[in-house]
Design a protein around this ligand. Structure first.
Ligand SMILES: [Zn+2]
Length: 292
């Protein structure tokens, strides 16, 4: 059964250094198409550059919310907020992404969203960084809406936080911006949020972690997702499926996740394959005929 990997990081270490070998191996395992997803300006450019090598490789560009956490000391230190640096960074992100979009190559904007999982510390730092994430998220959603591109969402928060959490805030922002299409990549979060997102037309992305014995909640989300809204992702080099857990996730390992969905969860892989082309607006038949 052919597989479309809708979320993969050939643009990140350690896969970046051997992406040709990995893409070759993936194709031998029936992975016909892949979307390479950017996490900041540099990795978005890398995604575009790799995707140029094959008509079946696509690139999505965006600035991941977790990136701000990595650069936190650039923006806030103790009680000092460097507003000018924040504004400069946001302008830079916008200009760089617009320039990439203008080439016509990116097929989606992402991965973007809100990630409060690591913003555990209370007080100023948390507030400044979550505000920065929201600003960057909104400006990227506006780019997606203006250019009619689907959006790949990364949303993560601590399960126990039920009020003013990343999940609810993402839904509120999505409602205001109405992107053409969006996927909850590597889905997590309360069922009420999933249901609300599905009502807004969300696609849901499932990864290797659905195969983990303790991942009952993800399987519950799977069970309430209409089959025509399911997308399959590796998120390689992260989230190797159960059989390879603890190792670097290599793109071909998506076949294990696909087998699990078909065997254990009795889903229709042909439908999921078809969904990927619809989500990214790729002319299914023509491409399969040409390259399949
Ligand atoms: Zn990712």
């Amino acid at each position: 059964m052919p597989i479309f990997d809708t979320h993969c990081h050939y643009n990140l270490d350690p896969i970046l250094g051997e992406w040709q070998t990995q893409w070759h191996l993936a194709q031998k395992n029936d992975i016909t198409h892949t979307t390479i997803v950017g996490t900041d300006i540099q990795t978005s450019k890398q995604a575009l550059s790799i995707a140029k090598n094959s008509k079946n490789l696509f690139a999505s560009i965006g600035y991941h919310p977790g990136t701000f956490e990595e650069h936190a000391p650039d923006f806030v230190e103790g009680q000092t907020v460097y507003s000018e640096r924040i504004n400069t960074e946001l302008k830079l992100i916008k200009n760089e992404l617009l320039e990439m979009v203008s080439t016509g190559q990116p097929i989606a904007i992402g991965e973007i969203g809100l990630d409060y999982y690591r913003l555990r510390s209370k007080g100023l730092k948390r507030e400044v960084l979550s505000d920065l994430q929201k600003k960057a998220f909104k400006l990227q959603l506006e780019i997606a809406a203006a250019h009619n591109l689907p959006v790949i969402l990364h949303v993560r928060d601590q399960a126990e936080r039920t009020h003013s959490n990343a999940y609810l805030e993402v839904l509120e922002i999505i409602k205001q911006t109405t992107p053409k299409k969006f996927v909850l990549h590597c889905v997590s979060g309360p069922l009420s949020y999933i249901t609300a997102a599905l009502e807004l037309g969300a696609y849901i992305g499932f990864d290797g972690n659905i195969t983990y014995p303790q991942a009952k909640h993800i399987r519950e989300i799977f069970s309430i997702t209409p089959t025509d809204k399911i997308l399959l992702e590796t998120d390689a080099p992260y989230l190797a499926p159960e059989l390879h857990r603890g190792k670097i996730c290599e793109p071909w390992m998506i076949t294990e996740t696909a087998k699990y969905l078909e065997g254990e969860l009795k889903t229709d892989l042909a439908q999921i394959y078809h969904n990927s082309f619809s989500f990214f607006d790729i002319n299914n038949n023509a491409r399969i005929k040409q390259y399949g």
